[in-house]
Design a protein around this ligand. Structure first.
Ligand SMILES: Cc1ncc(COP(=O)(O)O)c(C=O)c1O
Length: 416
């Protein structure tokens, strides 16, 4: 197929109301302000309807000879195509799982069985533990060396250190596309190129990136890419994409009778949440409806152009407003480029927990804690028990949400 170049004219004009009215949670009378997106997003009606519909009218196991089971097989087949369209890859490599963490443990164990004593794994201090702990545990089992790449002062993966660390024994470079704690967008292609130059795999955590920007596994050079649909306007579920040749070569931990095709199915242990897979399809229907174009991928691409442009405004306004609040300090990247709308904040007069309670009292949902981003907490020198405050916006947030968050932050430590 010929490459299509999208321009700003291809994206639909943004309409806050039209977007927000699709989300029942936001259409309630006096809903809270959801500034908690990095912990999980709200869902549009398509997701709720698809899950209810599946459970009401199909609700079956797979690979049987009656209608409901055939419909479930078809659902999973179509969901693989949808997930492939979301990441820009081959549907054969799509695997569903309970969540990203569980899927990653499965995949790491599979690749671990191909590694030998002295092989090296690179992880980063920016990553969520879901892309660190499985490697540390596997390294103990297989006598591997794990090397951790530290962060730059603006909380990005230090590429100079990476360049001097990756070497002939490196087998995997595991890293995130974006930080779930402080919003940094990493230089994924450069990192993948460094890994590949040494014959290592580029193992990408896309969980914190996928809600905000288009993923393209081929352009990124991914060997493995993982995401969590419950943070991309869908239900609680995990999705992985494994480059098909790699998926075929890995000794997956699986039960003997399970089918070997599609390749991604090798990493799916037991019965999946079919209703969540139905809901995932609903989230893709929703996303494609925000875009334009003749196929699902193009619609997703243009939807993310709109989402990114809208969120860039939210980021700018939030950062400008924050600069005038002396008692709340942004951690990490101060500029609005190369970041998503996830903000790690230090609150000078109150603890992160008190700050989250204060925001709740103002009708704002925001998270406090370490968000399992242990390396980031270490780099910041904060007590991981207490962590930091985190506000995160999704495309369904609007400028009024951002302003109300800023107003509430201004009174932190002054009023209840
Ligand atoms: C960047 C990142 N990676 C991985 C995970 C783990 O995802 P899951 O909850 O699907 O296991 C999270 C969850 O917060 C995350 O933010």
């Amino acid at each position: 197929m010929a490459a299509v170049t999208m321009t700003v004219d291809d994206i639909r004009p943004w309409n806050d109301h039209a977007v927000r009215s699709r989300f029942p949670a936001l259409a309630r009378n006096a809903p809270p302000i959801y500034a908690d997106a990095p912990g999980g997003t709200q869902v549009p009606s398509e997701v709720i309807d698809a899950m209810v519909d599946y459970l009401s009218t199909i609700n079956s196991n797979i690979e049987g000879e009656f209608d409901a089971t055939r419909q479930t097989d078809a659902l999973i087949h179509e969901a693989r195509a949808d997930a492939a369209a979301l990441v820009g890859g081959d549907p054969e490599g799509i695997a569903f799982g309970q969540n990203m963490t569980t899927l990653n443990f499965n995949l790491v164990r599979a690749v671990g069985r191909t590694l030998t004593s002295g092989d090296e794994i690179i992880v980063t201090q920016l990553d969520h533990e879901a892309n660190v702990s499985p490697w540390l545990l596997m390294a103990q089992d297989r006598d591997l060396t794990v090397r951790t790449i530290p962060l730059t002062t603006d909380l990005d993966i230090d590429l100079d250190v990476l360049a001097s660390t990756v070497g002939p024994r490196t087998r995997v470079v595991a890293f995130t596309l974006a930080s779930n704690a402080v919003g940094t967008v990493t230089k994924a292609r450069e990192i993948a190129d460094m890994a590949h130059a040494h014959g290592a795999l580029a193992w990408m955590d896309g969980v914190a990136f996928t809600p905000h920007r288009l993923v393209d596994v081929n352009a990124l050079g991914s060997d493995v890419l993982l995401l969590s649909p419950y943070k991309v306007y869908g239900p609680h579920l995990g999705v992985g994409w494994i480059r098909p040749e790699l998926a075929e070569s890995l000794p997956a931990e699986r039960v003997r009778p399970a089918s070997l095709r599609p390749l991604g199915h090798r990493f799916e242990t037991g019965t999946l949440s079919h209703e969540a897979i139905a809901g995932f399809r609903g989230s893709i229907d929703y996303l494609t409806s925000l875009g334009t174009g003749s196929d699902t991928r193009e619609q997703i691409k243009t939807a993310f152009m709109s989402i990114q442009a809208h969120e860039a405004q939210l980021v700018d306004v939030f950062l400008q407003g924050l600069a005038d609040i002396p008692t709340v300090h942004l951690v990490g990247r101060a500029g609005s480029s190369d970041r998503v709308a996830t903000f790690g904040l230090r609150t000078l007069n109150v603890s992160p927990e008190q700050a989250a309670r204060h925001l709740d009292a103002h009708g704002i949902y925001a998270w406090n804690g370490n968000f399992y981003a242990q390396g980031v907490m270490e780099a910041l020198g904060v007590d991981p028990e207490s962590g930091i405050l985190r506000l995160g916006f999704a495309h369904y947030n609007n400028l009024s949400d951002v302003q109300r968050c800023l107003e509430a932050l201004r009174t932190l430590g002054i009023t209840g």
